[in-house]
Ligand binder design. Structure first.
Ligand code: PRT
Ligand code: ZN
Length: 297
């Protein structure tokens, strides 16, 4: 049905923070893979979709040149390269994926007198994200000297190379270990599904839409629980009021028990033991909470 040229390619980080969660998401979207001998390529076994394993920094470029239709990459990398792009139409963000969350933040040595964003004016700031930093400075009408470093940004102040840094932070442990104090967030990031600016063929376009719908479905199942129980019919409104439910619950009649009902409700993860105990007090029994693996609206 689909010849080789109609196979979709999705670029994913080969190793690093986004590698495992990216493949896990694709698996939850229903893709099964076989690895190539060189481990640079995962061949999609059940759908015409293959995975290219690359460095995260290469993903926006692969999308721009059309070597891949899709990629999973940090918004920080995508936006840095988009803004820095030399006139070529950039790749764009299609879906945010809910993992790899971090922030690009300016930090200063703990002992520094700098207190606010305005104090950044005139400083030397070391970063691997010169374009995102320049844009933030510009939109805040600030000037600073940007010192571009490709690694170990956090030691630049100690080496006397910079007065401040602008780097990715998640837990903040790295800043603390280097006696740096976080001052202000410049950019918020998480992993995103990025798409090539090239127009796909009709067949690939169908695959892209299908994969996006499935990824959306795999994500919307995250953090959703299915609550099942039986209860007196008279308790229904009290039960409905109590539940951290997304939509109205489904209510089913029980054969030969006109005063009782079975209730099913999709709830958020906020559903906890306390809710279950309350429900029991309202007369519910046979309570069951199940993880929802995927949903298709
Ligand atoms: O080899 P390749 O180029 O593919 O990998 P890489 O080393 O460039 O990337 P990698 O795996 O470190 O990060 C990939 C993506 O993960 C980034 O582009 C971000 O989108 C995202 N991400 C999420 C992070 C972090 N959290 C993060 N904490 N990327 C880097 N960090 C760094 C941070 O700068 C600090 O130095 O991790 C260190 C620990 O952070 P703390 O705050 O928890 O101490
Ligand atoms: Zn990288």
């Amino acid at each position: 049905m689909s010849n080789g040229s109609e196979r979709l390619r999705i670029a994913v980080q080969k190793s690093g923070r986004l590698a495992e969660p990216s493949l896990a998401l694709l698996r939850r979207a229903g893709l099964a893979f076989r690895s190539s001998r060189d481990h640079l390529f995962l061949y999609g076994e059940n759908l015409p979709i293959d995975v290219l394993l690359v460095r995260d920094d290469d993903i926006p470029g692969l999308l721009v040149e059309g070597s891949c239709e899709l990629g999973i990459v940090g918004r920080n990398v995508l936006s840095e390269q988009r803004l820095a792009g030399n006139g070529s139409v950039p790749a764009s963000e299609r879906l945010s994926l809910g993992f790899g969350a971090c922030r690009l933040a300016i930090a200063v040595p703990e002992a520094s007198p700098i207190e606010s964003a305005a104090d950044v004016d005139g400083l030397r700031i070391a970063t691997s994200y010169p374009t995102l930093l320049a844009e933030w400075l510009h939109s805040n009408a600030l000037r600073a000297e940007i010192v571009v470093l490709n690694g170990s940004v956090e030691i630049a102040p100690r080496l006397g190379k910079a007065d401040a840094i602008c780097d990715l932070v998640s837990s903040g442990a790295t800043l603390a270990a280097n006696q740096l104090r976080e001052l202000i967030t410049v950019f918020r990031s998480e992993a995103v599904l990025a798409v090539s600016p090239r127009k796909p063929t009709a067949a690939k376009s169908i695959q892209i839409e299908r994969l996006c719908a499935r990824i959306g479905g795999a994500q919307s199942g995250d953090g959703v629980r299915l609550l099942m129980m039986q209860a007196p019919r008279s308790a229904l409104s009290a039960i409905t009021e109590l539940l951290p439910a997304r939509d109205a619950p489904s209510v089913l009649s029980l054969d030969g028990r006109p005063d009782d009902i079975a209730v099913q409700a999709l709830c958020s993860v906020a559903l906890d033991w306390q809710h279950l105990e309350e429900l029991k007090r309202l007369g519910a029994h046979g309570l069951m909470v199940l993880n929802v693996e995927r949903m298709l609206a």
